[in-house]
Design a binder for this molecule. Structure first.
Ligand SMILES: [Zn+2]
Length: 313
């Protein structure tokens, strides 16, 4: 059973003033008329979410393979290098939310004092621990018990579009961070040329895995509402294993075609090839925790400057 139709915007609240854009499978894709946030309706129930993030979620070709030199590890190392050169970064206490199978934690560990992870999938958390990364809490980030030490950086790689309440996620990250601490996250850009041309066939338009579809404007608004400032958006691109790319393309046709693509990929070792890809439709966003008691400055909530921030790294 699906949960109730979700027509209210998570940022603007009731009354619902969303417009229907198109359908994708069993889901309506809606856009808030007030803030422009695009989201899927209805949202999956808790049981459905557990089913989505079972073992099979992490078995999509080589994406989560995790061996040295794999695309996941190379992408993670690239993300760590970029973060380490970000102004204001502190190499103390880092937290990776939605740490999946631990590639980012593994890449960050040699460079920081301490790194912990949170992961709702028991399977993925076990994969992380098998890499020698013991500090992984299994469960929902909003309810996880994470200790009292202030966090210097919270990372959320390809997570925010999956969660039913992204504003609550960012607000929780805000509470865990020390003043001036950073949040770094990645998500698709529905305002990109590729997303606009492909519409419902965009490779990241995959409800119920993805429930929110942000643009530089709406992700910046969300971060500002959660208390963050100095938001910088870039589009660095990443390595994509070819078996994963083939699975995604085939899954656009039917789930069965996706399964066949995975078998073909395994037979041909296609996933060992992972070219660098940049369709300019995936954003990396870094923002800073605004000191408590400070209200957002006008530029934090304005929209006209966002385009100039895109591609700054
Ligand atoms: Zn809204």
């Amino acid at each position: 059973m699906m949960s109730d139709e979700r027509r209210c915007c998570v940022m603007c609240g009731p009354p619902a003033v969303s417009e229907h854009l198109f359908r994708k499978g069993a889901y309506a894709i809606l856009r808030c008329r007030l803030c422009g946030l695009i989201f899927a309706s209805p949202h999956p129930t808790h049981d459905e979410l557990e089913q989505i993030y079972s073992e099979s979620f992490f078995q999509v070709g080589e994406k989560f393979a995790g061996q040295a030199g794999s695309s996941g590890r190379l992408n993670a190392e690239h993300r760590v290098r970029r973060l380490l050169t970000t102004p204001g970064v502190i190499r103390g206490n880092w937290l990776d939310v939605g740490c999946a199978t631990g590639d980012f934690m593994l890449a960050a560990r040699p460079h920081v004092g301490h790194i912990a992870g949170v992961e709702m999938s028991m399977y993925a958390a076990e994969q992380t621990r098998a890499k020698g990364l013991q500090d992984v809490v299994v469960g929902d980030f909003l309810r996880a018990s994470l200790g009292n030490d202030p966090v210097d950086i919270v990372t959320m790689w390809d997570v925010i579009e999956h969660v039913p309440d992204p504003l609550a996620f960012l607000r929780h990250a805000f509470q865990l961070l020390r003043n001036g601490g950073l949040i770094a996250l990645s998500t698709g850009d529905i305002g990109s040329l590729v997303a606009r041309v492909m519409g419902r066939f965009w490779h990241l338009m995959i409800p119920p895995r993805h429930l929110y579809f942000f643009s530089p404007v709406t992700i910046r608004n969300l971060l500002s509402q959660a208390g963050f400032e100095a938001v910088v958006v870039s589009k660095p691109g990443k390595r994509v294993p070819l078996d994963f790319a083939l699975w995604k393309l085939a899954s656009l046709v039917t789930p069965r075609a996706g399964s066949a693509a995975l078998r073909l990929g395994a037979l041909t070792h296609l996933g060992h090839l992972a070219p660098f890809v940049n369709l300019w439709d995936i954003m990396t966003i870094v923002a800073r925790k605004r000191p408590l008691g400070m209200t957002p400055s006008p530029e934090d909530v304005s929209t006209h400057q966002y385009d100039s921030l895109v591609n700054r790294s």
